[in-house]
Design a protein around this ligand. Structure first.
Ligand code: NAP
Length: 289
């Protein structure tokens, strides 16, 4: 039996994943998106990938998929799941590629009982007027469990690097605490890392980071003192012009994926009855703008 894959959400990340699978000549993938699209165009280093493609806006009647790859923002998932239920049959596994934590819990709360494979991706990709600009090779991290060989086999013929980790819960919390604290500080002080020339911005970052890590560790994130030192050292040595996706979205007036950033930290803090004053202040400030 042929293994059939559906990719839902052909934005920045969905285009990169589709591009890689198409280059690897996989014939068995169907692409679905909210808005109709007729091409995928991704520019990476000196290569431009451009392909006309049927991007579908309704499920194919009675077609069953073995794997559904969700490439959506955290806040888009509830609507998408209700609109695209027909892509999911009993045997469909769902690979959820998004920032943040609680990938499985979000889908379970939406009534999905299928096997969920949570994933994070390191692959900065920006939208330009007519293409996506991919700034580095993609690295996808998933838990090392019974599904990792399957996902590895799917991405093996591509340039995507797959990392299977025994510490997925820790790894996603570490990434979230760092990126949410850095991004929030850059938004609040409206600038890239040059803002850290000011002690005030450095303190803002430090307090956000420590509060976020306390929440992560209350959720068994197991972030160590050495890792905190490493983050502080990294930030201290970042070039002045280093920004973040949060700052880019903020400056472009686009919504920030709060539910996969400071909002996720806040939600966990509330659930575990832990303080998260700094994250709350940032979320309130952002919503008030
Ligand atoms: N971009 C990056 O650099 C990057 C890097 C690392 C991680 N991530 C994470 O990867 C995830 C995906 O981000 P992204 O940058 O790819 O987002 P994106 O560019 O906004 O793409 C989202 C896609 O989902 C589609 N969509 C939204 N709602 C839908 C629905 N109800 N039904 C079908 N399609 C729907 C959108 O369609 P429309 O065409 O209608 O808008 C869009 O094409 C996020 O969690 C993000 O944080 C992104």
């Amino acid at each position: 039996m042929k293994y059939k894959i559906a990719i839902l959400g052909i934005g920045a990340i969905g285009s990169v994943i589709s591009k890689e699978l198409l280059i690897a000549n996989r014939q068995d993938i169907d692409l679905f998106n909210r808005s109709p699209k007729s091409i995928i165009k991704v520019i990476h280093q000196n290569d431009t990938f451009e392909k006309s493609i049927d991007i579908l806006d309704i499920p194919i009647k009675d077609k069953k998929y073995n794997l559904l790859i969700l490439c959506l923002k955290e806040h888009q998932i509830p609507t998408a799941i209700s609109q695209w239920q027909k892509l999911i049959s009993d045997e469909t596994k769902i690979l959820v590629i998004r920032n943040g934590v609680n990938h499985r819990l979000q889908l379970e709360e939406l009534g999905i009982t299928n096997e969920i494979i949570p994933a994070i991706i390191d692959c900065p990709t920006q939208s330009t007027s007519n293409a996506y600009l991919q700034l580095s090779n993609a690295i996808i991290t998933i838990p090392k469990d019974k599904n990792h060989d399957l996902i590895r086999s799917i991405f093996k013929p591509t340039k995507i690097k797959l990392v299977a980790t025994n510490n997925f819960h820790h790894d996603i919390w570490l990434k979230l605490c760092f990126s949410a604290s850095l991004g929030a500080t850059q938004c609040f002080y409206n600038g890239p890392c040059i803002i850290f020339n000011s002690d005030e911005a450095a303190l803002y970052f430090f307090e956000l980071l420590m509060e976020s890590i306390a929440v992560a560790n209350a959720d068994n994130g197991k972030i160590s003192k050495t890792e905190i030192q490493h983050i502080l050292h990294q930030v201290e040595h970042y070039p002045s012009e280093k920004g973040s996706s949060m700052l880019t979205d903020f400056r472009a007036g686009r919504p920030i994926e709060l539910g996969a950033k400071n909002g996720a930290i806040l939600a966990t803090a509330k659930k575990l009855n832990r303080p998260a004053k700094r994250n709350q202040e940032f979320v309130d400030w952002l919503k008030g703008r």
